[in-house]
Design a protein around this ligand. Structure first.
Ligand code: UDX
Length: 434
């Protein structure tokens, strides 16, 4: 099958590369000429396990192409996936202008029988609006629109794509259902079920999945704060409830809260979409509020040891919003570092892969000291704050880290270490909820 992917960001690129690996012919289209040139040269702008190798393999086998030319990229496509950003707009609403512009451009070049598929996370009702727009633009065509939300977890996206918990297809006509079922035929089986439903339900499934996962995190974080007050250990509590199959053990890691491009934006967009319908999502609003104040926990813990941060040197380990990615969108590191700088601290940072991205994103980067290693960032620090659960940090030599530092405070925002190990190495240790 001939497939076009519009947008070579995280979702588009992984989808395109994996679909090419199924044997489809895939053209990835993007307006960013620099990025397309990089992809054509065989390099991936994303740090994502296995992506670059798969990209090179499929490009060499002439199934995967990259172009900035929409006409060339779309004209032969049976299916056009839209994987462009849907950023947060005013009042928490998703801003759909990029998606609508991309669809408008592609309509002119597409085959009349093409199926347009919304892969980006877009509010409920987007597919219906796109259908109206397409009918206005090309009333000669039978172009249809469907929804195929992604559930890829960064850092593990290739594995997720080939072994999904499920594939969701939202389609309101037989042609789109058949074409999309054919696209995913190589992986759909008893273990990886296919959920075929309406466009509206598929759109709700995506937001509901993200809201539920975010809920689990905020829920365990509330329990963590309570555990801390009464002397229980949230890790034990999570283990104790996680064996219950109705609850499940995943997404119960307490810490400084979720970041990334999805949970914050999507939960807020869902609340805003509810408001448009005159509906109030009470639980989803609450989980978002819990997460928005998680950053303050770290500062509160630091205050126990240093009431005034002015003149202190604080080492922040981890800038990516989660390990195994260089993605720094909505990372908790940003707010924490900002507050430290505001209160007069000097901040040194280290992340195995996310430093260049953070340097670009953070407005006060020139005030930071970027370490060449984690030990370098720790040199002469009064306290260390762990933001990202990188294995490299987990495997560090705590005694060596302690010796590098001037002070002895370790604030472990992700509960990576055991208190006894940290104390043995000479630290005063603060975890979360234990
Ligand atoms: C998420 C969803 O998992 C994915 O299905 C969706 O399509 C996009 O959003 P991702 O953003 O890659 O994927 O990150 P995820 O692994 O879900 O983690 C999100 C954030 O939650 C990270 O900051 C992580 O550190 C935090 N988290 C996760 C916790 O604080 N505790 C947990 O138990 C799990």
């Amino acid at each position: 099958m001939n497939i076009s992917i519009i947008g070579t960001g995280y979702v588009g690129l992984t989808t395109g590369v994996c679909l090419a690996d199924f044997g489809h012919t895939v053209a990835c289209v993007d307006i960013d000429a620099e990025k397309i040139a990089l992809l054509q040269s065989g390099s991936s702008p994303l740090f994502e396990t296995g992506l670059e190798d798969l990209m090179k393999k499929n490009a060499a086998e002439k199934r995967l192409f990259f172009t900035t030319d929409f006409s060339e990229g779309v004209c032969n496509a049976d299916v056009v996936f839209f994987a462009v950003p849907t950023p947060q707009g005013d009042y928490g609403k998703a801003n759909l202008s990029i998606l609508f512009d991309a669809v408008r451009t592609c309509v002119q070049h597409a085959k009349p029988t093409a199926v347009f598929v919304v892969r980006s996370t877009a509010p409920v009702g987007t597919v219906a609006k796109l259908k109206e727009m397409i009918t206005d633009l090309r009333n000669d065509a039978t172009l249809t629109v469907a929804s195929n939300p992604e559930f890829l977890s960064e850092g593990n996206a290739i594995e997720n794509f080939f072994h999904p918990d499920r594939v969701v297809i939202g389609a309101d006509d037989e042609h789109a259902k058949n074409i999309l079922s054919e696209v995913y035929r190589p992986i759909v089986n008893g273990e990886h079920p296919l959920v075929i439903t309406t466009c509206a339900s598929a759109e709700v499934i995506k937001y509901t999945a993200n809201a539920f996962l975010a809920l689990k995190i905020s829920f365990i974080n509330e329990i963590a704060d309570f555990c801390e007050l009464i002397g229980a250990d949230v890790k034990e509590v999570a283990r104790g409830i996680g064996y219950d199959k109705r609850i499940g053990s995943q997404f119960l890691e307490a810490g400084i809260g979720y970041g990334g491009s999805c949970f914050g934006k999507d939960t807020k967009a869902l609340v805003a979409r509810g408001e448009e319908q005159g509906y109030e999502f009470k639980i989803i609003k609450a989980l978002s509020t819990v997460n928005d104040s998680r950053y303050a926990l770290v500062l509160k813990k630091l205050k126990k040891y240093y009431p005034n941060f002015s003149g202190l040197r604080i080492a922040v380990l981890g800038l990516a919003f989660k390990p195994m990615t260089n993605d720094v969108r909505d990372t908790p590191a940003e707010r924490i570092i900002f507050e430290l700088l505001e209160s007069g601290a000097r901040v040194s940072v280290f992340d195995p892969v996310a430093m260049p991205g953070f340097k670009k994103q953070f407005k006060r980067s020139e005030e930071l000291l970027f370490g060449s290693s984690l030990y370098d960032a720790l040199t002469d620090a009064d306290a260390c704050i762990i933001i990202t659960k990188w294995n490299e940090f987990k495997n560090c030599d705590l005694a060596k880290a302690r010796v590098r530092m001037k002070g002895d405070v370790l604030i472990d925002g992700r509960n990576m270490f055991e208190r006894k190990d940290a104390e043995q190495a000479g630290f005063r240790y603060e975890g979360v909820g234990r």
